[in-house]
Design a protein around this ligand. Structure first.
Ligand code: PLP
Length: 427
């Protein structure tokens, strides 16, 4: 595979940008390769600077549920470009996107736009603390909620890949009120709440975890979170930055029929532009400045380009049929991958909810981060490299999810399964 132009760009980038990348997982360190530099994307495909073509299952780590350059989004962006890129004053677009979210996710009465998922979770935590007057936050090992100091404790995503249990630069005092428990540990959670529940400001969770690979909640886990937080007056926060409008129209909370107090969004609500948002019950959201005293602000928050891309994307997703189609395609992919692994006698656990999917090279059922870490990472690295060479672009880490878009065709999926069969035969 020709990579000379990518390699030259990577060497130039490394001189100016730490590791040559603006987000660590892109460096491909854990799979022993170098990043390919992308020239353009179209529908389900991306094209690198050396002329290689890939079927893309990263989709910018989730936002591009319609695929690359969907005409609805491009047209909406062009309309905004004709009027200006940012005003620092309200536009109607912000209310339009807020209304779409409120209509599609019933737990959200009000919403505040920010610029990234990290800002959304960080702000939701501050709000939960301000609202309850308490300090303790409970999270779950392997869940990644962005890189805010308080939440970077036993986190997933790049932190899992790089093997950093938190990060230097975070004072112990800052995380002293963050407690982390194994994902799906209902008993441990109920015990902790029985001891400390009255001091717990909030419990934050990825309702389907996507940053330790994809891990689904066990039956009763989310129900237990809802029951115990209600009992102790703590705020239940669903981090739907990845799952929001991805696993179902009503997001993970709609899929599992659990109503959180606050939800965090990102990725899909920005339609490929930088956006985050947090929203929920009116009585809690009314605590945010300027109505309340919990401070949170942003120069570019509610940016018109980002709002327009989000509106165009959610408007497509208002049609239920879209989710049936995404589910069918993802099922075909995952069934095909599992079949390829079974035929090659390679232990593999696969799963998907809607168009969010994952696989682990392990014999163990994966319910938490410890289980996820039993995956054979050398085998993953070889699989990743083999798939890349055959034109299939996966995230360069075992601890990331895969995504399917509306632009993926059954032919794309079948090509991917054929590639997986060929790669697995050599593993
Ligand atoms: N929360 C979850 C569940 C995520 O997956 C991510 C990013 O992948 C974030 C928060 C942070 O979002 P951002 O990278 O936009 O800051």
């Amino acid at each position: 595979m020709e990579t000379s132009k990518s390699n030259a760009l990577y060497n130039a980038a490394k001189k100016l940008i730490p590791g040559g990348v603006n987000s660590p997982v892109r460096a491909c360190g854990s799979v022993g390769g170098k990043p390919v530099f992308i020239e353009r994307g179209d529908k389900s495909h991306i094209y690198d600077v050396d002329g290689n073509t890939y079927i893309d299952y990263v989709l910018s780590y989730g936002p591009l549920i319609l695929g690359h350059r969907p005409p609805q989004v491009i047209k909406a962006l062009e309309r905004v470009l004709a009027i200006g890129t940012s005003f620092g004053a309200p536009t109607a677009l912000e209310t339009e996107l807020a209304q779409l979210v409120v209509d599609m996710v019933p737990s959200v009465d009000m919403i505040r736009m920010v610029n990234s998922g990290t800002e959304a979770t960080m702000s939701a935590i501050r709000l939960a603390r301000g609202y309850t007057g308490r300090d303790i936050i409970i999270k779950f090992d392997g869940c990644y909620h962005g890189h805010a100091d308080t939440l970077l404790v036993t986190a997933g995503s790049g932190v899992a890949t790089l093997g950093i249990p938190g990060s230097p630069g975070i004072p112990a005092a800052v995380v002293s009120n963050t407690l982390s428990l194994p994902y799906n540990d209902i008993e441990g959670f109920e015990r902790l709440m029985a001891q400390k529940g009255d001091q717990v400001a909030g419990v934050i969770v990825e309702a389907v975890a996507g940053n330790m690979g994809m891990v689904q909640p066990k039956e009763g886990f989310l129900e237990s979170l809802r029951k115990m937080t209600t009992k102790h007056g703590s705020v239940l926060i669903f981090d739907e930055v990845m799952t929001g409008f991805r696993v179902a129209q009503g997001s993970a909370q709609g899929y599992f029929k659990i109503t959180p107090d606050l939800s965090c969004f990102g990725k899909i609500i920005g339609g490929g532009l930088p956006v985050g948002a947090y929203g929920g019950k009116r009585v809690i959201m009314d605590q945010i400045a300027p109505v309340g005293s919990v401070y949170q602000a942003g120069t570019l928050s509610g940016n018109p380009l980002a709002m327009a891309a989000g509106i165009a994307t959610l408007t497509v997703l208002k049609d239920d049929a879209v989710y049936a189609e995404l589910d069918q395609k993802t099922h075909r992919l995952i069934k095909g991958l599992q079949g390829a692994a079974d035929d090659a006698k390679i232990p593999m656990k696969t799963g998907h909810i809607g168009s969010m999917a994952g696989f682990f090279f392990t014999e163990r059922d994966v319910y938490n981060f410890e289980d996820a870490k039993t995956s054979d990472l050398n085998r993953f690295a070889l699989f990743y490299q083999g798939m890349l060479k055959r034109g299939i672009y996966l995230a360069p880490s075992q601890f990331e999810a895969c995504f399917v878009s509306l632009a993926h065709t059954n032919e794309d999926i079948d090509t991917t399964i054929e590639a997986a069969r060929a790669v697995m035969a050599d593993l």
